[in-house]
Design a protein around this ligand. Structure first.
Ligand SMILES: CC(C)(COP(=O)(O)OP(=O)(O)OC[C@H]1O[C@@H](n2cnc3c(N)ncnc32)[C@H](O)[C@@H]1OP(=O)(O)O)[C@@H](O)C(=O)NCCC(=O)NCCS
Length: 162
């Protein structure tokens, strides 16, 4: 649907193909058979789905916000010192953590980073710094119950459904 709206053509005529390159299972970064230059990205979390399409590479992520405590061991493994300081002083550290996490995962999905060393993805702190990272625009969305982010090149048109 996102890609159809972006391209101005019926979604029924577009085929999403997924091939990881390592195995025969249909999974991995999605692409469109009929429009290889158009990027598409998908995400799901408990009760939420998100999709994005853009004129080039795009990555989307969504996470459900719950009342759980922050797992600080995980946070320390995936966040920089600057991010951790922001989380510790936030009134809702769990949501603040998820805000940073969806930014990182959107960059992983767009191909700009890897999940091997997420703490190396020194993304700007949500609400404190401009949502830009090395030429990538970070479009944050969501609210009290779910948060998400889309990464795309700064100059690109994009469509999002969440
Ligand atoms: C990309 C990745 C970080 C997303 O994981 P997640 O948080 O569990 O799930 P999300 O709902 O946010 O995203 C899943 C969607 O991301 C997309 N996706 C999967 N791999 C992707 C990749 N390498 N790049 C971009 N998007 C990818 C798919 O559309 C997938 O949807 P699907 O499950 O309906 O096919 C994770 O799948 C990953 O690290 N993959 C690479 C490792 C891998 O797949 N190894 C096996 C090789 S055989």
């Amino acid at each position: 649907l996102c890609a159809g709206r972006l391209l101005g053509r019926p979604a029924q005529g577009l085929t999403v193909v997924q091939r990881c390159g390592s195995c025969d299972r249909p999974h991995g970064r999605p692409r469109l058979a009929e429009a290889p230059g158009t990027g598409v990205s998908l995400a799901h979390a408990r009760g939420w789905v998100a999709a994005a399409a853009a004129d080039g590479p795009v990555g989307v992520d969504v996470e459900a916000v719950d009342d759980a405590e922050v797992d600080w061991r995980t946070a320390e493994a995936v966040c920089t010192g600057k991010e951790l300081a922001a989380l510790r002083s936030d009134t809702h550290p769990r949501r603040a953590f998820l805000r940073q996490w969806v930014r990182k995962e959107s960059l992983v999905k767009v191909g700009a980073g890897t999940l091997d060393e997420p703490a190396r993805l020194d993304v700007p702190v949500y609400g404190q710094e401009p949502p830009r990272w090395h030429g990538w625009r970070l479009l944050d969305w969501g609210g009290a119950r779910a948060v998400g982010c889309v990464a795309a090149r700064e100059e690109m048109r994009l469509r999002l459904l969440g």
